[in-house]
Design a protein around this ligand. Sequence first.
Ligand code: GCV
Length: 695
Amino acid sequence: MDQPSSSRPEEHVSIPDLTGVHPAWLPPGVFRAIGARRVLVLGDGPLTGTVRAEAEQACARHGGALEQDGTGSPDLVLALSAAAGQTPAARELLAGQGGSAVGEEGYLLARRDGVTVVLADDSAGLLYGLFHVVRLGEEAFTGERPAERHRPAARRRMLDHWDNIDVHPVMGQVERGYSGGSIFWRDGGPRGDLARVRAYARLLAATGVNAVTVNNVNVHATESRLLTDRLGDVAAIADEVRPYGIRVHLSVSFASPIRLGGLPTADPLDERVREWWARTTEQVYAAIPDFGGYVVKADSEGQPGPFAYGRSHADGANTLADALAPFGGVVHWRAFVYNHRQDWRDRSTDRARAAYDHFAPLDGRFRDNAILQVKHGPMDFQTREPVSPVIAAMPSTRLAVELQVTQEYTGQQRHVCYLAPMWKEVLGFGPWGADGRTVADVATGASGDGGGLVAVSNVGDDFYWTGHPLAQANLYAFGRLAWDPRLEPAALLDEWIDLTFAPAAGGDPGPLRRTLHALMDGSWRTYERYTAPLGVGFMVRPGHHYGPDVDGYEYTPWGTYHFADRDGAGVDRTRASGTGFTGQYPRPWSEVYESLGTCPDELLLFFHHVPYGHVLRDGATVIQHIYDTHFAGVEEVAESRRLWERADPGDPALHARVKELLDEQLRCAEEWRDQVNAYFFRRSGVPDARGRRIP
Ligand code: GCV
């Protein structure tokens, strides 16, 4: 189904041609294979104009030609199935498929008799097909290619921006942003740099992302007004991203009826409140006909919510869902609800339990267009967490799984930390055991109509978009995994390397590819080694969360503890003697995590409090494992730094930026090693079996 048409004439899409910004994975050279050929684009539809404009620009740059009708002999045909009859290659491909291509946002790709054909039922599919040909490059024009069907696993593939319009005194402009200011907002208003917004949409479309939320889930006073009197600012962004198939969503405050509507209450069951949401939403759709919907963080870290009125989160979500339903919109309601004012002395309260305790009893009570957005782990985007038990607990609710591309707890885009391997583990996890459905299956739903995948964006107004140039790979990989969770992290890294670096390297990035794999493939595990051990999490500096502070959160209200004493460390979350969190999982995990004998070592301290002498599966004691991994992690960073010194990315400035960041990563990793090792040595009194220096 095509998106509603916009107020803009889609046939005259201007392709952003930015100078002063890194092209990321779309440098002009990646269009060479297409642009050197005769290209025919057939069909109408909102995004067909974009496909045509892309092809035209590529041809103008690389010497090919855009054909005007189906009478010539094109090398590449990009056709909507409704228009396939206009040229033999597309007509035959369609006939071979029984008359319909592949459904919403999908495309068919085939090559026969020297013609490469992309066929789609809607123009979004055509756009994704075009970018697939871009990824393939010359390969798309070589030999024969039997028809391949490509469809997104999930209909909803969204990036959330935690961007504020105003600069927040503590958080800066982008909450947990490590790439400069917002690409949407500056000095209390829209940036007006709409070319950059469009360039961002283009990059996202090339990965498969089709939705963005343009403001922080922590909705402050100014940002609240994006829903009403500042809606025009949102509409302007929507106009820029629409040609790339991206819908705009808005984070809204649950208290909007009070803040903006002058009502005395935000009670979701109060008729005046329901009416206010309905009326306000109608106005939103009048301004933005393809508006995606709302994102809500309620009763969480100080944000208002339904608890104030004795209502449930289903009551809250449903009121907004009802307002959105007539227009086909959805509300993403976040399950990140916990008590952030916990008494650290209270050993019975376990933050990990909170989302399940609040939401599992509500299963089946959410409207169809209410999507419960669940962080992938039960705590908060730590380097290592188990999968959230909520994902297995709500079979009658549409769930979206939320990942964090921005590296809040994984090096803040100063450290190399390629996150696709972590996401792949999460998405491939079977909450009901190895033979059951996976997390990806739950998120995508049986027919792609699950809540989908959502991630917090890592983009800002930095030249490289992501602060650390190599952090671009995380953004790229998220989009591709949201499109197809079966993709492999190493293969995605190859795609990203080829697109980003091959044109400058004359087509083959060669030795750079090896260096980047050496630096990035294992970088998440390297990061894990030199930071918090065995799944215990946190141990970061409070507030900004960068760098080590083992006890930084230990005596705070945030519910993030490690309980290390002279004898051992870890959180007892068993049913037998702890908080009972293990009981929130179905079998086999409720049993696997409960027992010390079966709990995976990498999550040991997440689930159990164990003595330092506890022996892990590889024969090392917990204390020796802590020492060994921290020394090893630093060595690995030092090796990455050595490798990068010899690398040639074809761009001296990029080389220098990465080098400088690797220096910082090494400094910080040493700091982590020394603080963590010293802390546990002083607590336990157990010396390093290998006699290394622990300060
Ligand atoms: C946007 C963590 C972060 C907060 C973030 C919150 C959330 O607590 O530190 O900055 O707030 O998660 O996901 O809502």
